[in-house]
Design a protein around this ligand. Structure first.
Ligand code: SF4
Length: 334
C-alpha cells in the first residue's frame, strides 16, 4: 500500500524514447505539446503548489517520456531544477516514468543521489509477442530484471500495464497481471488501449491490421484482473487514461476510451458478485441486494443496466439495491 500523495506532473513528451511504440502519441494523450525545460520546472511546481491544500504530501513527477533514456546532462538539469523545492520541504519527493530497458545500476545510483523516491515502469504487457507487435523494443524478461533492480535499490515501484494491445487476449492480460503481481510492485496503473490520432496503431486499425479493443472488452478484461491485484493487496492507482480535452475532443479515435472507465469496471465487478450470489443461493423472484451506500449507483449500473441483466438472467420480477453498513465492494442478499 502507498500513502496518498498529491502529484505535480511535469511533462517531457517523448523525451528519451528510442522508438515509437505503436499506440503512443504523448502530445495528444497528455495534451502537452512542448516539453518541460529546467527553466519551466520551477514555475510548474509553484503553480502546482498553489492548487494543493497546505500540509499535503507533494510529489513532483516527470511523465510522458522515457526519463532515464534522456541524455544524462539533460536529466540532471531537470532534476537540479526541482532540488531547491525538495530541500526546503515544499515538495516531499520525486517520481519519474521510464522504460524497462533504460534502467541499470548506474542510473539507479544517480537517481538515489537526487532523492528520487518512485519509479514508474511501463511494462505494458508481459507477453513478448504483444511487446513485439506493439513496437516496444524490449522483452518481458527485461521488465522483470529492471523491476527487481529498482526494488533492490530501495525505490518505490509502480508498474504500468495495458490491455488490448496488438496480439493481446483476455488470457494474456490475465497472465500479464499475474506476472506483474509476482514482481510485487507498490502500485499498478492499468491503461486499456485507446486508438489515438496520428499513431501507427491508428493506421493499423484503419488498414484492418488491428482490431479495436472496445470499452466493453476492456471492462470485461479489467474486471477479470482487478480482483487478482486486490487479493495480492496491490493498489491499482489508475484505471484508464485521464480524460483530457484533447482526447475527449476527438484525438481518441476509438478503442477503450471512456471518461468513467473505472466506474464501469467497478459496476461490472459488483454485477459479477451479484451473479455469483444469485447462482449459489436460493432466492425469491423479488430480490434485494445490500451494498455500501457508495456502491448503490455502481451496483445499479448505468441506465439500470445491471438490474436489467440480473432480472433477465435469473428470471426476477423485481430487484432492489439498498444501502447497508457493509464494506465497500461487498454485496449481500437482503
Ligand atoms: S509508450 Fe513510453 S516509451 Fe513508448 S513512445 Fe510512449 S512515452 Fe515513449
Amino acid at each position: 500500500m502507498i500513502a496518498r500523495r498529491n502529484i505535480i506532473p511535469v511533462f517531457v513528451p517523448h523525451l528519451g524514447c528510442p522508438n515509437n511504440c505503436v499506440f503512443c502519441n504523448q502530445n495528444r494523450i497528455s495534451g502537452e505539446k512542448v516539453s518541460a525545460t529546467p527553466e519551466t520546472v520551477g514555475k510548474t511546481i509553484l503553480e502546482g503548489i498553489a492548487k494543493i491544500p497546505e500540509n499535503s504530501n507533494i510529489e513532483l513527477a516527470f511523465y510522458g517520456g522515457s526519463f532515464t533514456a534522456i541524455p544524462v546532462e539533460e536529466q540532471n538539469e531537470l532534476l537540479d531544477a526541482a532540488l531547491p523545492f525538495l530541500h526546503d520541504g515544499r515538495i516531499e519527493s520525486l517520481r519519474l516514468s521510464t522504460r524497462p530497458d533504460a534502467i541499470d545500476e548506474e542510473i539507479l545510483d544517480r537517481l538515489k543521489t537526487y532523492g528520487v523516491r518512485t519509479i514508474e515502469l511501463g511494462a505494458q504487457s508481459m507477453c513478448d509477442e504483444v511487446l513485439y507487435l506493439s513496437g516496444r523494443g524490449h522483452t518481458a524478461m527485461r521488465t522483470e530484471k529492471s523491476a527487481c533492480l529498482i526494488k533492490e535499490h530501495g525505490f518505490e515501484l509502480i508498474l504500468q500495464m495495458m490491455t488490448g494491445l496488438p496480439g493481446d487476449t483476455r488470457e494474456r492480460t490475465i497472465e500479464t497481471a499475474r506476472k506483474i503481481i509476482a514482481l510485487k510492485p507498490n502500485g499498478v496503473r492499468i491503461y486499456p488501449t485507446v486508438i489515438v490520432e496520428n499513431t501507427p496503431l491508428c493506421d493499423m486499425w484503419r488498414e484492418g491490421a488491428y482490431k479495436e479493443h472496445t470499452v466493453e472488452e476492456a471492462v470485461d478484461w479489467c474486471a477479470a484482473v482487478l480482483p487478482l491485484f486486490e487479493e495480492a493487496e496491490i493498489t491499482v492507482i489508475r484505471l484508464g487514461l485521464n480524460p483530457t480535452e484533447e482526447l475527449s475532443g476527438g484525438a481518441a479515435f476509438g478503442g477503450a476510451y471512456h471518461p468513467a472507465l473505472g466506474e464501469l469496471v467497478k459496476s461490472r465487478l459488483l454485477l459479477n458478485k451479484a451473479r455469483a450470489l444469485l447462482s449459489e443461493n436460493a432466492h425469491d423472484v423479488n430480490v434485494v441486494l445490500h451494498v455500501n451506500a457508495s456502491d448503490v449507483s455502481a451496483m445499479t449500473g448505468q441506465k439500470r443496466s445491471n438490474i436489467r441483466t440480473l432480472c433477465d438472467e435469473f428470471k426476477l420480477k423485481a430487484l432492489k439495491v439498498s444501502s447497508y453498513e457493509i464494506q465497500k465492494g461487498k454485496v449481500i442478499l437482503g
